[in-house]
Design a protein around this ligand. Structure first.
Ligand code: G6Q
Length: 544
């Protein structure tokens, strides 16, 4: 047993669980007219409603006691003050400094000075591209930006440029190439004119196989389609922490936008990794995105635990995963522009908290991060919601929706939100036998058929649901929303005593592919692996 699962706060929650498991959440609303007010929080124009969760006031008090026992306040302070909380890589995780309005000291240096210098570099470059001062080799303005990066160097910028499309320039189109599968690069380049295309090679390490292969192929395409060696500087820029590797690739360090090892890949969209965002929506909107995140940072840093939104969401996730047996979490944005948000959160949550060893190197005996997935509503309703309503899996869900549409057409937005609210209600209340009987009695079905259908039409309800509503999906609101989830993930990691800022499983993948690659270069059959791996390699060699 680990000290966490033997601790008094953990055992108290375990003892409390059976009483809650028996509760019908829908009935809790009948017992307490103020349940919504008690279990929802408002910050700025954002409302977070967790009153539909299977919780009572006692659950929250016990979760807060667990947070205090695990030193939550102290760990939040460490995060903001640059302590080396990424202890397996011996570095801080200072993404909050990237959006700070105050100086942030790290080893005697105010890091906001160099952050602001890079922001200034981005602003100058962004203006030149957007107003047409920086042209391509033929003198025409740049019309297309291709970001070549993967994982943290792709998902954040891609998600944000999609989410903030209404704020984008009509003259500049962003494209994202991440996959080593040449199909993605091919399909992207098919549409483009090299004379008006800017490539951003985005890689923290500048050693990632996929990104370097795509970057080399993009350069070859550029040279084959009419660009010359001396034109590369106008058309290729890099975002990285690795100046030497950028130079080796052939990009002038003057065209490099720097960031630092204390910015984790999946926390990097606020740094120069956000260059495709800034180019697409302009620097003022990029700064508004940072400001929104900073507002959530200050709330997280300064608000007592019981009123602290990321703390409450993190603790509720702990309740779901460790005490209610939830193994999968759906992200359900009722906003088409957030269609990449589930994929973005999938990395944020699963890469950060997919750990089985605690900060002290010991194996743990409790569940950590869940599988995170999702699709925008209402599409998901006509696909996988059936399993949420009546399947056997234990799944929790976050519904996310704006009150104002970017494109108010007829009553579309009312229809969208009616669906969103109805689904949160249905997942909580379900439909019991009495309600099913009443419904069937009003129809014309023979009694025999009614009886037959009853068990199929019962919906158990009691599914843990949180709803996040906000005024409008503008840059500042998106910044707040992303930072909310970043901090929620951190809160979970503090309770679990794990390091959310490393990713050794990702490193493993990088090593393994490198091992097999040389074997694919020749035609001799593979024999050195297990028979399945040998068989796959040899089938491939037969048919390639
Ligand atoms: C993110 C991960 C991972 C990383 C990619 C790309 O937190 O570390 O997704 O972002 O592997 O790495 P580079 O930016 O170094 O190419």
């Amino acid at each position: 047993m680990t000290s966490l699962t033997q601790s008094s706060a953990w055992l108290a929650l375990k003892a409390h669980q059976p009483a809650i498991a028996k509760q019908v959440v829908c009935d809790l609303f009948k017992q307490d007219a103020h349940r919504f007010e008690r279990f929802s929080l408002i910050f700025g124009d954002m409302l977070v409603d967790f009153s539909k969760q299977p919780i009572t006031g006692e659950t929250i008090s016990l979760l807060l006691a667990l947070a205090r026992q695990q030193g939550m306040e102290n760990r939040i302070t460490q995060l903001f003050h640059g302590a080396r909380i990424n202890n397996t890589e011996d570095r801080p995780a200072l993404h909050t400094a990237l959006r700070s309005k105050e100086p942030v000291m790290l080893e005697g240096e105010d890091v906001t000075l160099k952050i602001n210098a890079v922001l200034e570099h981005m602003a100058i470059f962004t203006d030149k591209i957007r107003n047409g001062d920086h042209t391509g080799y033929s003198g025409k303005p740049i019309t297309d930006i291709v970001n070549i990066g993967i994982g943290g160097s792709d998902l954040g910028p891609c998600m944000v440029t999609e989410a903030l499309k209404p704020y984008g320039s009509s003259r500049l189109k962003p494209h994202f190439v991440s996959n080593i599968d040449g199909t993605q690069l091919y399909e992207t380049l098919q549409l483009l004119d090299p004379a008006t295309t800017l490539f951003i090679i985005a890689s923290k390490t500048f050693t990632t196989q996929e990104t370097l292969a795509n970057a080399h192929s993009a350069r070859s395409w550029f040279l084959a389609q009419g660009g010359r060696e001396q034109d590369i500087a106008r058309h290729f820029v890099a975002v990285s922490t690795n100046r030497a590797a950028v130079e080796k690739f052939g990009i002038d360090p003057g065209n490099m936008f720097e960031f630092w090892d204390w910015v984790g890949g999946r926390y990097s969209l606020w740094s120069a990794i956000g260059l495709p965002i800034a180019l697409t929506i302009g620097m003022n909107h990029f700064r508004a995105l940072l400001d929104g995140a900073n507002a959530m940072d200050r709330h997280f840093h300064n608000t007592p635990l019981e009123k602290n939104i990321p703390v409450m969401l993190g603790l509720i996730a702990i309740w779901q995963i460790n005490f209610l047996g939830i193994t999968s979490h759906a992200i359900l944005p009722y906003d088409q522009y957030l269609h990449r948000f589930p994929a973005y959160l999938q990395q944020l949550e699963m890469e950060s908290n997919g750990k089985r060893i605690d900060r002290d190197g010991k194996a743990i005996d409790y569940a950590t991060g869940t599988v995170v997935w999702g699709e925008p509503g209402t599409n998901g309703q006509h696909a996988f919601y059936q399993l949420l309503h009546q399947g056997t899996a234990s799944i929790s869900a976050d519904f996310i929706a704006p009150c104002q549409s970017q494109h108010p057409i007829g009553n579309h937005h009312q229809l969208l939100l009616a669906n969103c609210f109805a689904q949160t209600q249905a997942l909580m209340c379900g439909k019991n036998e009495r309600e099913v009987r009443l419904e069937l009695e009003t129809g014309n079905l023979p009694i025999k058929w009614q009886e037959k259908l009853i068990p199929h039409k019962i919906h158990p309800g009691n599914h843990p649901v949180t709803t996040i509503l906000f005024r409008k999906l503008d840059p500042a609101m998106l910044g707040m929303l992303i930072a909310l989830y970043e901090h929620k993930v951190f809160v979970q990691s503090v309770i679990w005593n794990i390091n959310p800022f490393d990713q050794w499983g990702v490193e493993l993948g990088k090593q393994l592919a490198g091992k097999i690659l040389p074997e694919l270069a020749h035609d001799q059959p593979a024999a050195s692996h297990d028979s399945s791996t040998n068989g796959l390699i040899n089938f491939y060699k037969q048919y390639r």
